[in-house]
Design a protein around this ligand. Structure first.
Ligand SMILES: Cc1ncc(COP(=O)(O)O)c(C=O)c1O
Length: 426
């Protein structure tokens, strides 16, 4: 089997046969206690700059979808670069504020918000709370006041097919997200009259990991047309937010993804298609994985190799409990040996110690011969990795390390075994 080509990276590269993150050999970052997340500060900085530049066609806010990776060190870094946040819970709100992201740069998109969450969000003075159901509008009118009206956006479900994995598609009427255009339209007169709620934006999100810009352009056009209706109805509209979906290369893609500048150009074109380019609206975008996905790897250690039923299993100390994406979506993550090998590469399933046959990090992937103790890097793991992890099978959360040039910092310690039952009573 031939050696695969790995997605290019400005951080993860071989030097003297050892895989490095920036200037640090990954062999220096592994410990014997379990897997480790490693993030490159350089890639985070460069990714933010690339998205920011792609949005230069208009006044804009890059509201990082912190569900992708909410580590405080990453948030603080992005906050300094000028990022805002797209959040989905009170936990994420507190996290974003704690990391120094001002409320005026935070938007809350989420299909269900508890009373308390709406009250807290209203009191915090967020840039926009995205209304996704009538109940939310009722409550926000209670929590707002005439002196400090709550700033809201209507999240539309544009009924546009993102063409990505069905679990990533959020812009179709058959999904739970947003409001059908007709329903949103019916709310307009009430919103315009309201003294406690101020309609400042329109929003949508067609889906994640978009491999074509066409759905985004179409959704943005519909959104911009609706923005005009809102303005015509007398709403003090300030912004238009076509959501996230900026893709990243995981390796194994069938075709190349649109580059960031094409993605930004599609938003610009969608606004122009609606004839709204001169309307002076600020454009909000909510990238998640595109800012942090490529920046991270999951560093795992080989525990064993065995052949069974005609397959080659490489058993490692990382599992679906750390990176659930392969088990959940059949997601592809490139697997790189940390030490370069001369031996013959052959197809292997990289599996974890969890008691589920679905516990795999990669299947049928070329790997060189490995032995117990060797390290592997699971690429593209900076987004929806640590955030989606669990403690299933009594596995404490792995530690996280941020690399910046030659310096390394542990930005989350490994959770202790005792933390597994810390909230329990006997
Ligand atoms: C409303 C919203 N915005 C942004 C994102 C970020 O998506 P991505 O990481 O693919 O950019 C998501 C992802 O679920 C989302 O639901």
């Amino acid at each position: 089997m031939t050696r695969p080509s790995f997605p290019p990276s400005n951080a993860f590269h071989y030097e003297d046969g050892v895989l490095h993150c920036e200037d640090v050999p990954l062999t220096d970052l592994a410990d014997e206690e379990g897997p480790t997340w490693v993030y490159s500060a350089r890639v985070i900085d460069e990714s933010f700059a690339a998205v920011d530049e792609a949005m230069d066609f208009a006044p804009h806010l890059v509201a990082y979808a912190i569900k992708a990776n909410g580590n405080l060190a990453i948030l603080a870094r992005l906050a300094k670069a000028g990022a805002g946040a797209d959040i989905v819970s009170e936990g994420e709100l507190r996290r974003a504020l704690r990391a120094g992201i001002p409320a005026d740069r935070i938007v809350w998109s989420g299909v269900g918000k508890r009373d308390r969450e709406l009250e807290v969000a209203a009191a915090a003075g967020l840039r926009a709370i995205h209304i996704e159901c009538l109940e939310e509008l009722d409550l926000l009118e209670e929590f707002g006041s005439t002196e400090a009206p709550v700033r809201v956006a209507l999240r539309i479900n544009p009924d546009v097919d993102a063409g990505s994995h069905p679990y990533f598609a959020t812009g179709l009427h058959s999904t739970k997200f947003g409001l059908e255009l007709e329903v949103a339209r019916e709310l307009l007169p009430r919103l315009v009259k309201s003294e406690r709620v101020r309609l400042e934006g329109v929003a949508c999100h067609v889906g994640s990991q978009l491999d074509s810009t066409l759905p985004l352009r179409e959704a943005t056009r519909l959104l911009a047309e609706f923005a005009r209706e809102c303005l015509d109805a007398g709403a003090p509209l300030r912004s238009i937010d076509p959501g996230g979906g900026w893709p990243m290369a995981y390796g194994g893609e069938q075709m190349p993804f649109p580059a960031h500048r094409e993605f930004g150009a599609a938003i610009e074109a969608g606004i122009a298609d609606a004839g709204m380019q001169g309307a002076g609206l600020e454009v909000v975008t909510e990238p998640g994985r595109a800012l942090v996905g490529d920046a991270g790897i999951l560093l795992v250690r080989v525990l064993a190799e065995k052949r069974q039923g005609g397959r080659r299993f490489v058993i490692v100390d990382g599992a679906m409990t750390e990176l659930v994406r392969p088990a959940l979506y059949g997601a592809h993550h490139a697997v790189m040996p940390v030490m370069q090998h001369e031996g013959e590469w052959s197809a292997a399933d990289v599996v974890g110690p969890v008691c589920e046959s679905g516990d795999f990090l990669a299947q049928g992937r070329p790997l060189p011969p490995v032995k117990r103790g060797d390290l592997l890097a699971i690429r593209g793991a900076g987004a929806y990795g640590r955030e989606m992890s669990s403690t299933y099978n009594g596995r404490p959360a792995a530690r996280e390390i941020l690399v910046d040039g030659a310096t390394t910092r542990t930005v989350r310690r490994r959770a202790s075994i005792a933390s597994l039952w810390a909230q329990e009573e006997m």
